[in-house]
Design a protein around this ligand. Sequence first.
Ligand SMILES: [Zn+2]
Length: 393
Amino acid sequence: MSVFDDLVGQQPVVAQLQAAADAAGRIVAGNDRGSSAMTHAWLFTGPPGSGRSVAARAFAAALQCEQGGCGHCAACTQALGGTHPDVAVVVPEGLHLLVNDAREVILRSSRAPTRGRWQVTLIEDADRMEERTSNTLLKAVEEPPPHGVLLLCAPSVEDLLPTIRSRCRLVPLRTPPFEAVAEVLVRRDGIDPAMAAFAARAAQGHIGRARRLARDEQARRERSDVLSLPRSLQGIGSAMQAAKDLVDAAQAEAARLTGDRDTAEKEALSTALGGGATGKGYTGGTPRGGAGALKDLEKRQKSRGTRTSRDALDRALVDLAAFYRDVLTIQLRTGTALIHDDLGEQAATIARATSPESTVRRIDAVLACRTALEGNVAPLLAVESMALALRTG
Ligand SMILES: [Zn+2]
């Protein structure tokens, strides 16, 4: 057993990280033989779902483990579970990583590790750093404390300032093969092999998404709804309606995913502030000083909701693009396996009724919509313009 067991289909990365953890262990033990396998700043890149943060967490555990990542000692368990005192994990919840959060992180990373090994700081979605935040972080990368290790995760190297990425060692993850994803769903999650194979393919190698598709019937229904869109696009009216449905569905999905957590957080805050109690400072209604904290929380939750809903919409667009890729595959008779295997009939119907050139235009329209959303265009506007371009009638 090893902390790297869950890194699906990433053998070169596992070898790289294992070597680094071994070298790090020798440095801690004081018998470093000048190996260059270990360094202070790392950048984990790869498409969403490739396991960037899984890899970074596993590496953090391997650095804290006396056996280089055995997977079962206290250090491993704590690091993987997010409770190790020398591993700080920063997950930007909203659309941006705020400069104040970054300062706190950097302050913390300069402290000596409490357990004498490494002070690890892991930043997920480092691409969501504002420029000011990046500049704060740059200082930490330029002058790393002796036992500080910074792990950054981002979709690609281009997502970070050149000054930061040039100081990081790159850990490039790839989209894992469908078979490897299906295998892990069966082995670790006990999912039926046929369902695992379907989900791995439909999720296009995104492990988290595959797991959700395999386990959650609602997630499968949402996917079917998205993929029924191409058939419903006839006239302008139906295109506009379909666009609205798609945006509404993404919002509903986000509400479903964040709703329980929002409520729990509000209740926790209210308890912490003495709400519902009659203790000191409680004046009925909102506790004194609580209004600011509540407003703060609501702001964070709103930002998280917006992001979750955008992520849901983006996933829908990825599914749609794959559907038109299937249409093109049929039109060009390439013999390549379809991604949305279960919708082969629908793809074939559209393939017969349209030309390969128009399919390429439709794929472009979906990708343009993703780019527009990244650039903060209002979701409904962007999706309407895409739906109009996807029309067949
Ligand atoms: Zn261990």
